[in-house]
Design a protein around this ligand. Structure first.
Ligand SMILES: [Zn+2]
Length: 347
């Protein structure tokens, strides 16, 4: 197994997020990846690599160019408003909801920030763009590695910030660039005619769903906390099946908060049956371990040992597989849980 790790992830070190009317320390921190790296030293299930330069052309086929241009300059613009802003994270506070226009890009920075985001929980700072780009490069390189003639059948994009909430032209849910979608697109362009993305993070992969919703060549399947009570709230229901050519190529399996490991694994089997029916040539697994019983912001109840079984089950697909690192906020256990999935898969 090749593990592409993002050398720039710690440049994104968000300070605060908005929670119930108050700024609180951000759950998504560099320590999450440090724990995974430490666990990989104890249990070296794969070979570590740094990614090569990012394929910007591919990036622009997944995300809207005007969104990428905004992200690239956002920090500079923020500082230009007031030099004292260098001490503060950028957080949006105004959004164009129903009835407002999305086609006209405002000149005002705060307004553009709102146009390209969907929550106030995703701080952007000086190093965010470089960190997100490093992660995107990991995802694309991982996809290309599993397609290489002499390559491994499995690769892991070990990165943060995560990606599955980022849409074609918006950030949110701690995500800026959609690493799973980038990996899927790289697999398509690398010769796979059909690709599946299986999202097993606690939260619905709304960004990935939106990116591929009208496409029939990429199946998106997500099992997650029911959006009626769980983030990201406004997408992820069972009646979202895709549209146009993508009709039937999206499957959501929402589960109530409190779901135990047995029910979750039975639902994973359902997801895998859908993947098998689609007959893809490769699969991307958006791997969040916030399904863990000790996760501070999620409400499923998987134990650490369950992740070994999750890995084994995923290997049963028998497909070239790219993992992308998504959520998981029980920071001290993230390393063990992630490496358990990889070890279970490799066995
Ligand atoms: Zn999550």
């Amino acid at each position: 197994m090749l593990i592409f790790h993002n050398p720039d992830h710690a440049l994104h070190q968000p300070r605060q997020e908005m929670f119930r009317g108050r700024l609180v320390p951000c759950h998504e921190s560099p320590a999450r990846l440090h724990h995974v790296m430490a666990e990989l030293q104890r249990r070296p299930v794969g070979t570590l690599r740094e990614p090569g330069p990012l394929d910007d052309a591919l990036l622009r086929r997944v995300h809207a160019p005007r969104y990428l241009d905004f992200l690239a300059k956002a920090w500079e613009e923020w500082i230009a408003l007031d030099a004292a802003n260098a001490e503060l994270d950028v957080l949006p506070s105004v959004w164009p909801v129903r009835g407002f226009r999305h086609d006209v890009e405002p000149a005002n920075f705060a307004a553009r920030l709102g146009l390209y985001s969907f929550d106030a929980g995703t701080p952007l700072m000086g190093g965010s763009w470089a960190a997100a780009r490093g992660g995107a490069a990991c995802a694309i390189d991982a996809a290309r590695a599993v397609l290489a003639p002499e390559g491994p059948r499995v690769a892991f994009a070990l990165t943060r910030p995560p990606g599955h909430h980022a849409g074609p032209d918006f950030f949110g849910g701690y995500c800026f660039l959609n690493n799973a979608a980038l990996a899927a697109q790289a697999l398509r362009e690398g010769g796979c005619t059909r690709v599946a993305v299986l999202d097993i993070d606690y939260h619905h992969g709304n960004g990935t769903q939106t990116i591929f919703y009208g496409r029939g060549d990429v199946l998106t399947v997500s099992l997650h906390g029911d959006p009626r009570t769980e983030y990201p709230f406004f997408l992820g229901h069972a009646d979202e099946h895709g549209e146009g050519e993508g009709q039937g190529a999206n499957l959501n399996l929402p589960l109530p908060a409190g779901t135990d490991a047995i029910t979750w694994r039975r639902t994973l089997d359902q997801a895998l049956e859908a993947v098998t029916r689609f007959a893809p040539q490769a699969v991307v697994v958006a791997l969040g371990v916030d399904t863990f019983e000790g996760d501070p912001i999620s409400k499923f109840a998987l134990g650490s040992a369950d992740y070994l079984e999750v890995g084994r089950t995923l290997a049963g697909l028998g497909l070239p597989t790219v993992f992308t690192m998504e959520g998981g906020y029980a920071v001290a256990e993230v390393g063990v849980n992630v490496v358990n999935v990889l070890e279970g898969f490799a066995r």
